[in-house]
Ligand binder design. Structure first.
Ligand SMILES: [Zn+2]
Length: 137
């Protein structure tokens, strides 16, 4: 499918693309022929910032074959700032002590396959005192 090829090419360039519904504003990262919220087919191309917050994660020590050389790594579901969820992975996070739900992350250009996220390092010491952690839903 042409769209998937375009999306993968964009990811290789360090851009996260998707669509925005012209009618209700819903954002999506995966291809759709119609908006899942309002059903409109008027979906416009949209480029995400790639910044978001971890909604869920799991450490994979027994990965699928294509990631076998990368284990252990962290599979994440990220709520992007623009209001859309996307799954990806964090190659450098190998222990649950290094990651938490609510952590700020960003999409990063990588030679690795798939959608790679990295942590946004807070300027202050200690993640508990971060104002961003306090407003987590
Ligand atoms: Zn819509």
């Amino acid at each position: 499918m042409a769209y998937i090829g375009q999306m993968n090419a964009a990811i290789e360039e360090g851009k996260m693309t998707g669509f925005s519904c012209a009618k209700c504003g819903r954002k999506g990262i995966t291809f759709a022929v119609a908006c899942q919220t309002c059903g409109s087919a008027d979906l416009q191309p949209f480029t995400f910032s790639g910044n978001g917050r971890i909604r869920a994660f799991t450490i994979l020590t027994v990965p699928s074959e294509q990631f076998v050389n990368d284990a252990p790594y962290t599979y994440v579901v990220v709520d992007l700032d623009e209001g859309c969820g996307v799954s990806g992975w964090m190659p450098d996070i190998r222990s649950k002590n290094e990651v938490a739900v609510g952590d700020r992350v960003r999409f990063t250009r990588s030679y690795r396959r798939g959608i790679v996220f990295e942590k946004i390092i807070a300027k202050e010491h200690g993640s508990d005192s971060s104002p961003e952690a306090a407003d987590a839903v």
